[in-house]
Design a protein around this ligand. Structure first.
Ligand code: CA
Ligand code: CA
Ligand code: CA
Length: 414
Protein backbone atom coordinates (compact mmCIF):
# COMPACT_ATOMS: atom_id res chain seq x y z
CA UNK A 1 0.00 0.00 0.00
CA UNK A 2 1.31 3.35 -0.97
CA UNK A 3 2.15 5.54 1.97
CA UNK A 4 -0.11 8.56 2.00
CA UNK A 5 0.42 10.22 5.33
CA UNK A 6 2.70 13.06 6.14
CA UNK A 7 5.87 12.64 8.08
CA UNK A 8 5.67 15.84 10.01
CA UNK A 9 2.21 16.88 10.98
CA UNK A 10 1.31 18.34 14.29
CA UNK A 11 -2.30 19.00 15.07
CA UNK A 12 -4.00 19.96 18.29
CA UNK A 13 -5.27 17.12 20.42
CA UNK A 14 -8.89 16.67 21.25
CA UNK A 15 -11.16 17.56 24.12
CA UNK A 16 -11.52 14.97 26.89
CA UNK A 17 -15.13 14.10 26.10
CA UNK A 18 -14.26 12.88 22.65
CA UNK A 19 -11.44 10.79 24.05
CA UNK A 20 -13.70 9.00 26.53
CA UNK A 21 -16.25 8.08 23.89
CA UNK A 22 -13.35 6.75 21.91
CA UNK A 23 -12.39 4.42 24.77
CA UNK A 24 -15.94 3.00 24.83
CA UNK A 25 -15.75 2.30 21.13
CA UNK A 26 -12.56 0.36 21.56
CA UNK A 27 -14.01 -1.76 24.38
CA UNK A 28 -17.05 -2.51 22.27
CA UNK A 29 -14.82 -3.80 19.52
CA UNK A 30 -14.17 -6.97 21.49
CA UNK A 31 -17.85 -7.84 21.19
CA UNK A 32 -18.18 -9.96 18.03
CA UNK A 33 -21.71 -8.67 17.41
CA UNK A 34 -20.53 -5.03 17.73
CA UNK A 35 -21.26 -4.05 14.14
CA UNK A 36 -24.71 -5.68 14.07
CA UNK A 37 -25.70 -3.99 17.35
CA UNK A 38 -24.53 -0.61 16.15
CA UNK A 39 -26.50 -0.96 12.93
CA UNK A 40 -29.65 -1.97 14.85
CA UNK A 41 -29.38 1.12 17.06
CA UNK A 42 -28.80 3.20 13.98
CA UNK A 43 -31.83 1.83 12.14
CA UNK A 44 -34.06 2.44 15.18
CA UNK A 45 -32.88 6.06 15.39
CA UNK A 46 -33.37 6.50 11.67
CA UNK A 47 -37.01 5.44 11.88
CA UNK A 48 -37.66 7.78 14.80
CA UNK A 49 -36.17 10.75 12.95
CA UNK A 50 -37.01 10.08 9.30
CA UNK A 51 -39.98 7.69 9.42
CA UNK A 52 -40.50 4.84 7.00
CA UNK A 53 -38.06 3.97 4.22
CA UNK A 54 -38.90 3.39 0.58
CA UNK A 55 -38.34 -0.40 0.23
CA UNK A 56 -36.78 0.17 -3.22
CA UNK A 57 -34.43 2.93 -2.07
CA UNK A 58 -30.90 2.69 -3.47
CA UNK A 59 -29.61 5.85 -1.72
CA UNK A 60 -28.33 7.48 -4.87
CA UNK A 61 -26.10 4.54 -5.82
CA UNK A 62 -26.64 2.99 -9.22
CA UNK A 63 -24.87 0.48 -11.42
CA UNK A 64 -23.46 3.17 -13.69
CA UNK A 65 -19.77 2.60 -14.07
CA UNK A 66 -17.44 5.58 -13.88
CA UNK A 67 -15.81 6.75 -17.07
CA UNK A 68 -12.88 4.41 -17.63
CA UNK A 69 -9.51 5.60 -18.88
CA UNK A 70 -6.43 3.45 -19.06
CA UNK A 71 -3.13 5.12 -18.32
CA UNK A 72 0.25 4.67 -16.76
CA UNK A 73 2.10 6.56 -14.06
CA UNK A 74 3.29 10.16 -14.13
CA UNK A 75 2.78 13.00 -16.58
CA UNK A 76 -0.20 12.53 -18.88
CA UNK A 77 0.93 14.33 -22.02
CA UNK A 78 -2.16 13.65 -24.15
CA UNK A 79 -3.43 17.19 -23.67
CA UNK A 80 -5.92 16.90 -26.52
CA UNK A 81 -7.76 14.15 -24.56
CA UNK A 82 -7.90 15.76 -21.11
CA UNK A 83 -11.25 17.49 -21.51
CA UNK A 84 -12.91 14.13 -22.18
CA UNK A 85 -12.49 12.92 -18.62
CA UNK A 86 -11.19 15.65 -16.34
CA UNK A 87 -11.96 19.30 -15.73
CA UNK A 88 -9.05 21.28 -17.11
CA UNK A 89 -8.07 24.30 -14.99
CA UNK A 90 -8.25 27.85 -16.30
CA UNK A 91 -4.96 29.50 -17.22
CA UNK A 92 -3.12 31.56 -14.67
CA UNK A 93 -3.93 35.25 -15.23
CA UNK A 94 -2.01 38.44 -14.49
CA UNK A 95 -4.01 39.35 -11.38
CA UNK A 96 -3.29 35.90 -9.97
CA UNK A 97 0.44 36.23 -10.68
CA UNK A 98 0.43 39.58 -8.87
CA UNK A 99 -1.33 38.12 -5.82
CA UNK A 100 1.09 35.19 -5.73
CA UNK A 101 4.15 37.44 -6.02
CA UNK A 102 2.87 39.62 -3.20
CA UNK A 103 3.42 36.54 -1.02
CA UNK A 104 6.48 34.95 -2.62
CA UNK A 105 8.53 38.13 -3.11
CA UNK A 106 8.94 38.34 0.68
CA UNK A 107 11.09 36.08 2.85
CA UNK A 108 9.12 33.02 3.95
CA UNK A 109 9.96 30.90 6.95
CA UNK A 110 9.96 27.27 5.85
CA UNK A 111 7.82 26.31 8.83
CA UNK A 112 4.97 28.25 7.18
CA UNK A 113 5.00 25.86 4.22
CA UNK A 114 1.75 23.91 3.72
CA UNK A 115 1.51 20.25 2.90
CA UNK A 116 -0.87 18.71 0.44
CA UNK A 117 -1.37 15.05 -0.31
CA UNK A 118 -2.48 14.43 -3.87
CA UNK A 119 -1.79 11.49 -6.18
CA UNK A 120 -3.51 13.23 -9.10
CA UNK A 121 -3.00 16.92 -9.75
CA UNK A 122 -2.24 19.63 -12.27
CA UNK A 123 0.90 21.72 -12.47
CA UNK A 124 0.84 25.17 -14.06
CA UNK A 125 3.72 27.56 -14.59
CA UNK A 126 3.21 30.84 -12.74
CA UNK A 127 6.46 32.80 -12.63
CA UNK A 128 10.17 32.57 -13.28
CA UNK A 129 12.24 34.98 -11.19
CA UNK A 130 15.58 36.58 -11.86
CA UNK A 131 17.85 34.30 -13.84
CA UNK A 132 21.16 35.77 -12.78
CA UNK A 133 22.84 35.16 -9.45
CA UNK A 134 26.04 36.41 -7.88
CA UNK A 135 28.28 33.59 -6.64
CA UNK A 136 29.93 33.44 -3.25
CA UNK A 137 33.54 34.75 -3.25
CA UNK A 138 36.04 32.10 -4.36
CA UNK A 139 39.39 31.46 -2.64
CA UNK A 140 40.80 34.66 -4.16
CA UNK A 141 37.80 36.68 -3.12
CA UNK A 142 36.35 36.95 -6.61
CA UNK A 143 32.65 36.67 -7.31
CA UNK A 144 31.00 36.31 -10.65
CA UNK A 145 27.55 36.50 -12.07
CA UNK A 146 25.77 33.35 -13.19
CA UNK A 147 23.57 34.28 -16.09
CA UNK A 148 20.70 32.56 -17.86
CA UNK A 149 20.04 30.20 -14.98
CA UNK A 150 16.71 28.70 -16.02
CA UNK A 151 15.17 26.46 -13.43
CA UNK A 152 13.61 23.60 -15.34
CA UNK A 153 12.72 19.91 -15.28
CA UNK A 154 10.27 20.07 -12.42
CA UNK A 155 10.11 16.92 -10.32
CA UNK A 156 7.26 15.66 -8.15
CA UNK A 157 7.73 12.89 -5.60
CA UNK A 158 5.62 10.06 -4.19
CA UNK A 159 6.29 7.14 -1.85
CA UNK A 160 6.51 3.82 -3.66
CA UNK A 161 5.29 0.45 -2.32
CA UNK A 162 8.50 0.09 -0.27
CA UNK A 163 8.07 3.48 1.37
CA UNK A 164 10.89 5.02 -0.68
CA UNK A 165 10.62 8.58 -1.93
CA UNK A 166 10.66 8.59 -5.74
CA UNK A 167 11.05 11.76 -7.78
CA UNK A 168 9.65 11.80 -11.28
CA UNK A 169 10.09 14.36 -13.99
CA UNK A 170 7.00 16.37 -14.93
CA UNK A 171 7.34 15.72 -18.66
CA UNK A 172 6.47 18.34 -21.27
CA UNK A 173 6.40 21.06 -18.63
CA UNK A 174 8.51 24.21 -18.78
CA UNK A 175 9.08 27.49 -17.02
CA UNK A 176 7.03 29.32 -19.61
CA UNK A 177 3.65 31.01 -19.58
CA UNK A 178 0.71 28.69 -20.23
CA UNK A 179 2.64 25.50 -19.50
CA UNK A 180 0.25 23.01 -17.88
CA UNK A 181 0.62 19.31 -17.10
CA UNK A 182 -1.58 16.63 -15.56
CA UNK A 183 0.12 14.28 -13.08
CA UNK A 184 -1.55 10.96 -12.30
CA UNK A 185 -0.58 8.23 -9.78
CA UNK A 186 2.13 10.62 -8.72
CA UNK A 187 2.57 12.62 -5.52
CA UNK A 188 3.03 15.96 -3.81
CA UNK A 189 5.29 14.60 -1.07
CA UNK A 190 8.17 16.71 -2.38
CA UNK A 191 9.13 18.90 -5.33
CA UNK A 192 12.47 19.62 -6.96
CA UNK A 193 14.10 20.97 -10.10
CA UNK A 194 17.29 20.02 -11.91
CA UNK A 195 19.96 22.63 -11.41
CA UNK A 196 21.43 23.58 -14.81
CA UNK A 197 24.60 24.88 -13.10
CA UNK A 198 25.21 21.74 -11.06
CA UNK A 199 25.42 18.83 -13.50
CA UNK A 200 21.69 18.34 -13.44
CA UNK A 201 21.49 17.53 -9.74
CA UNK A 202 18.12 17.76 -8.01
CA UNK A 203 17.51 20.73 -5.74
CA UNK A 204 14.51 20.62 -3.47
CA UNK A 205 14.44 23.88 -1.54
CA UNK A 206 10.80 24.97 -1.78
CA UNK A 207 7.73 26.11 0.13
CA UNK A 208 4.05 25.55 -0.60
CA UNK A 209 1.86 28.55 0.14
CA UNK A 210 -1.88 28.99 -0.03
CA UNK A 211 -2.97 32.16 -1.82
CA UNK A 212 -6.70 32.85 -2.23
CA UNK A 213 -7.50 29.20 -1.57
CA UNK A 214 -5.07 27.89 -4.21
CA UNK A 215 -1.70 26.22 -3.69
CA UNK A 216 1.64 27.33 -5.12
CA UNK A 217 5.12 25.82 -4.94
CA UNK A 218 7.99 28.32 -4.92
CA UNK A 219 11.68 27.41 -5.20
CA UNK A 220 14.62 29.27 -3.69
CA UNK A 221 17.61 28.94 -6.00
CA UNK A 222 20.99 27.86 -4.71
CA UNK A 223 24.01 26.09 -6.15
CA UNK A 224 26.54 23.91 -4.34
CA UNK A 225 29.19 23.65 -7.05
CA UNK A 226 32.61 24.81 -5.71
CA UNK A 227 33.19 27.49 -8.37
CA UNK A 228 29.62 28.60 -8.77
CA UNK A 229 28.33 28.56 -5.24
CA UNK A 230 25.13 30.52 -4.78
CA UNK A 231 23.49 30.72 -1.40
CA UNK A 232 19.72 30.58 -1.06
CA UNK A 233 18.35 33.97 0.01
CA UNK A 234 15.11 32.86 1.65
CA UNK A 235 13.01 34.34 -1.17
CA UNK A 236 11.11 31.53 -2.87
CA UNK A 237 10.29 33.26 -6.15
CA UNK A 238 12.97 31.79 -8.41
CA UNK A 239 10.38 29.49 -9.91
CA UNK A 240 6.74 29.38 -8.88
CA UNK A 241 4.28 26.75 -10.08
CA UNK A 242 0.65 26.23 -9.16
CA UNK A 243 -0.62 22.81 -8.12
CA UNK A 244 -4.32 22.00 -8.46
CA UNK A 245 -6.13 18.88 -7.23
CA UNK A 246 -7.51 16.74 -10.09
CA UNK A 247 -11.28 16.57 -10.48
CA UNK A 248 -12.40 13.85 -12.87
CA UNK A 249 -15.66 14.08 -14.76
CA UNK A 250 -18.27 11.51 -13.65
CA UNK A 251 -16.95 11.50 -10.11
CA UNK A 252 -19.48 10.62 -7.40
CA UNK A 253 -19.61 12.04 -3.86
CA UNK A 254 -20.28 9.70 -0.94
CA UNK A 255 -21.37 11.02 2.45
CA UNK A 256 -21.28 8.80 5.52
CA UNK A 257 -22.34 8.29 9.13
CA UNK A 258 -19.61 6.51 11.12
CA UNK A 259 -21.89 4.94 13.82
CA UNK A 260 -19.86 6.60 16.56
CA UNK A 261 -22.37 9.15 17.83
CA UNK A 262 -25.55 7.54 16.58
CA UNK A 263 -28.40 9.92 15.89
CA UNK A 264 -26.81 13.19 14.77
CA UNK A 265 -27.21 12.23 11.09
CA UNK A 266 -24.93 15.03 9.93
CA UNK A 267 -23.57 12.70 7.21
CA UNK A 268 -20.18 14.41 7.30
CA UNK A 269 -18.24 11.82 9.31
CA UNK A 270 -16.51 11.19 6.03
CA UNK A 271 -17.25 12.97 2.77
CA UNK A 272 -15.29 11.68 -0.21
CA UNK A 273 -15.38 11.74 -3.99
CA UNK A 274 -14.68 8.59 -5.97
CA UNK A 275 -13.79 7.96 -9.58
CA UNK A 276 -12.97 4.54 -10.96
CA UNK A 277 -10.41 4.18 -13.70
CA UNK A 278 -8.26 1.59 -15.42
CA UNK A 279 -4.50 1.65 -15.12
CA UNK A 280 -1.71 -0.33 -16.71
CA UNK A 281 0.32 -1.93 -13.93
CA UNK A 282 3.11 -3.12 -16.22
CA UNK A 283 1.52 -6.40 -17.20
CA UNK A 284 -2.24 -5.89 -17.17
CA UNK A 285 -4.98 -3.29 -17.01
CA UNK A 286 -6.34 -3.13 -13.47
CA UNK A 287 -8.97 -0.97 -11.81
CA UNK A 288 -8.23 1.75 -9.32
CA UNK A 289 -10.45 4.24 -7.52
CA UNK A 290 -9.25 7.80 -7.21
CA UNK A 291 -10.43 8.86 -3.76
CA UNK A 292 -10.63 12.52 -2.78
CA UNK A 293 -11.43 12.98 0.90
CA UNK A 294 -13.16 16.33 1.43
CA UNK A 295 -14.16 16.18 5.10
CA UNK A 296 -13.88 13.95 8.14
CA UNK A 297 -16.40 15.05 10.76
CA UNK A 298 -15.91 12.11 13.10
CA UNK A 299 -13.40 11.07 15.73
CA UNK A 300 -13.20 7.35 14.98
CA UNK A 301 -10.53 6.00 12.62
CA UNK A 302 -12.04 5.38 9.18
CA UNK A 303 -10.29 3.45 6.43
CA UNK A 304 -10.77 3.47 2.68
CA UNK A 305 -8.66 0.80 1.03
CA UNK A 306 -6.50 0.61 4.17
CA UNK A 307 -5.85 4.37 4.22
CA UNK A 308 -6.90 6.17 7.41
CA UNK A 309 -8.62 9.21 6.06
CA UNK A 310 -7.83 11.73 8.83
CA UNK A 311 -4.14 10.85 8.56
CA UNK A 312 -4.34 11.22 4.79
CA UNK A 313 -5.48 14.80 5.44
CA UNK A 314 -2.57 15.37 7.79
CA UNK A 315 -4.36 15.24 11.16
CA UNK A 316 -4.64 12.65 13.94
CA UNK A 317 -7.44 10.12 13.50
CA UNK A 318 -9.51 11.71 16.30
CA UNK A 319 -9.50 15.23 14.87
CA UNK A 320 -12.47 16.46 12.84
CA UNK A 321 -11.56 18.13 9.55
CA UNK A 322 -13.45 20.62 7.36
CA UNK A 323 -16.82 20.46 9.14
CA UNK A 324 -16.58 23.64 11.21
CA UNK A 325 -16.25 21.74 14.53
CA UNK A 326 -15.01 23.96 17.40
CA UNK A 327 -11.93 21.77 18.05
CA UNK A 328 -11.59 20.78 14.44
CA UNK A 329 -8.99 21.45 11.79
CA UNK A 330 -9.20 22.55 8.20
CA UNK A 331 -7.07 20.97 5.51
CA UNK A 332 -6.91 20.57 1.75
CA UNK A 333 -8.63 17.49 0.36
CA UNK A 334 -6.48 14.34 0.31
CA UNK A 335 -6.30 12.47 -3.00
CA UNK A 336 -5.05 8.90 -3.18
CA UNK A 337 -5.66 5.76 -5.20
CA UNK A 338 -6.73 2.32 -4.07
CA UNK A 339 -7.11 -0.91 -6.02
CA UNK A 340 -10.72 -1.97 -6.57
CA UNK A 341 -12.35 -4.97 -8.19
CA UNK A 342 -15.64 -3.37 -9.21
CA UNK A 343 -16.50 -0.38 -11.34
CA UNK A 344 -19.32 0.66 -9.00
CA UNK A 345 -18.46 3.25 -6.34
CA UNK A 346 -21.01 1.55 -4.04
CA UNK A 347 -18.47 -1.28 -3.64
CA UNK A 348 -15.65 0.92 -2.30
CA UNK A 349 -15.20 -0.33 1.24
CA UNK A 350 -15.47 2.26 4.00
CA UNK A 351 -14.50 0.71 7.31
CA UNK A 352 -14.81 2.30 10.74
CA UNK A 353 -12.58 1.27 13.62
CA UNK A 354 -11.53 -1.81 11.67
CA UNK A 355 -14.85 -3.29 12.75
CA UNK A 356 -17.80 -1.83 10.87
CA UNK A 357 -18.20 -1.68 7.10
CA UNK A 358 -20.60 1.11 6.21
CA UNK A 359 -23.48 0.06 3.97
CA UNK A 360 -26.33 1.46 1.92
CA UNK A 361 -28.76 -1.47 2.05
CA UNK A 362 -31.67 -1.24 -0.36
CA UNK A 363 -34.76 -0.15 1.54
CA UNK A 364 -32.98 0.04 4.88
CA UNK A 365 -31.24 2.78 6.87
CA UNK A 366 -28.07 3.80 4.95
CA UNK A 367 -24.76 4.64 6.57
CA UNK A 368 -23.66 6.10 3.25
CA UNK A 369 -25.44 8.03 0.52
CA UNK A 370 -24.30 8.89 -3.00
CA UNK A 371 -24.77 12.50 -4.17
CA UNK A 372 -23.42 14.74 -6.93
CA UNK A 373 -20.06 16.43 -6.36
CA UNK A 374 -21.85 19.77 -6.10
CA UNK A 375 -23.40 18.61 -2.81
CA UNK A 376 -22.45 20.81 0.15
CA UNK A 377 -21.99 18.72 3.27
CA UNK A 378 -23.60 19.61 6.60
CA UNK A 379 -21.74 21.55 9.26
CA UNK A 380 -20.79 19.51 12.32
CA UNK A 381 -23.81 18.07 14.15
CA UNK A 382 -26.33 19.61 11.74
CA UNK A 383 -28.87 16.92 10.91
CA UNK A 384 -29.21 16.36 7.17
CA UNK A 385 -32.98 16.86 7.43
CA UNK A 386 -32.40 20.31 8.94
CA UNK A 387 -29.85 21.28 6.29
CA UNK A 388 -31.94 19.79 3.49
CA UNK A 389 -35.67 20.05 4.30
CA UNK A 390 -36.67 17.80 1.37
CA UNK A 391 -34.43 14.94 2.48
CA UNK A 392 -37.19 13.17 4.42
CA UNK A 393 -39.53 13.19 1.42
CA UNK A 394 -36.80 11.55 -0.61
CA UNK A 395 -35.85 8.99 2.02
CA UNK A 396 -39.49 7.90 2.36
CA UNK A 397 -40.02 7.72 -1.42
CA UNK A 398 -37.05 7.98 -3.76
CA UNK A 399 -39.26 9.12 -6.64
CA UNK A 400 -40.06 12.28 -4.65
CA UNK A 401 -37.85 15.34 -4.12
CA UNK A 402 -35.16 13.84 -6.33
CA UNK A 403 -33.35 17.18 -6.26
CA UNK A 404 -33.43 17.32 -2.44
CA UNK A 405 -29.70 18.11 -2.34
CA UNK A 406 -30.03 21.30 -4.35
CA UNK A 407 -31.45 23.69 -1.79
CA UNK A 408 -29.67 23.64 1.57
CA UNK A 409 -30.68 25.91 4.41
CA UNK A 410 -28.44 28.94 4.62
CA UNK A 411 -25.69 28.54 7.22
CA UNK A 412 -26.18 24.82 7.75
CA UNK A 413 -23.70 23.55 5.15
CA UNK A 414 -19.99 24.04 4.48
CA1 CA B 1 15.71 33.11 -3.99
CA1 CA C 1 -22.44 11.83 12.32
CA1 CA D 1 -20.03 14.54 12.24
Amino acid sequence: MKKVFFKTMVVAALAGSAMSSCVNEIEDLYDPSYAAKKKQQYEAQWKIQFGSIDPEHNWGFSDDASEAKAMTRGANTEANMWANYISVPDSVNDAEVAAVLAVFNNPIDKSASKQVNWSDFWVQHVYQGSNSYVTEPDMNGYTNELQNVLLDQLQAAYYNENGELVYEHVNNFNASDGSTMLMQRSGTVSFAYMNPKDAGNLYSDYVIMEVNGQYYVGFDYSCNEPNTTVKADGIYNDWIVKIIPAEYINTKRIICEDLGNIGDFDFNDIVFDAYITWVWNGSANVQEAVISVKAAGGTLPIYIGGVEIHEAMGVASNVMVNTGAPNGASAPAAIFRIPVSSDNVADIEVKVNDAVVLEAPQGDAPQKICVPTTFKWCTERTNIKDAYPNFVNWSQDQSQATDWYNNPEEGSVM
